[in-house]
Design a protein around this ligand. Sequence first.
Ligand code: G3P
Length: 229
Amino acid sequence: MKLFIDTANLDEIREVHSWGILSGVTTNPSLIAREGRDFIEVVHEICELVQGPVSAEVTAQDAEGMIREGRLLAQIHEHVVVKVPLLEPGLMACSVLASEGIAVNVTLCFQASQALLAGLAGATYVSPFIGRIDDISWDGGELIEHITEIYAQSPSIHTQVLAASLRHPQHLVQAALSGADVATCPYKVLKQALKHPLTDIGNQRFLEDWEAVPERDISVLVQRWLQSR
Ligand code: G3P
């Protein structure tokens, strides 16, 4: 499973990108609004930094408007993925944009039947919203399993399942175990996913024990060993 970050904040993206584990970025109108910056500039900067797929969402509500906005967004950078909502106009826009070779992320997916339609419309990604499904007491992991199974049985569908709306590290694990191709995580969830108190305690104990070693500068030790050979 690949990992994307779900944010439009350049500092967060820069930090996680430096870990060497980031394959792409997803944004949405709420995340862009939070930054208070020019939409197009932000998307371009993110694309340049990450050099991988970056979802940028249309805001028109009719198919014609979504297609027009999608074509424009696709001109910002080769890595832009046009994001459209899983509504009737979104499906129509996805079919047209995909037929023109534009990558599309169909978002706000809450049931497997929607994902089937997005797949048939040629979506590059479909985004089931795991956290929001939990909010209504349904099982996000089961939804991902159903979608991946449907796609596996449909040779004409090449859509990747992009697990979104992940609220905690367990959602990330659930996405991976359920067969998602990609998970997009907020910065906070990625930090939580990395951190474990026993890792910190264990690391501290190793350092304390190492203090008892008289000669402990590794570069000096290795240089001396290399010269003695
Ligand atoms: O990727 C979708 C995400 O931004 C929505 O997350 O936590 O608002 O459901 P949330």
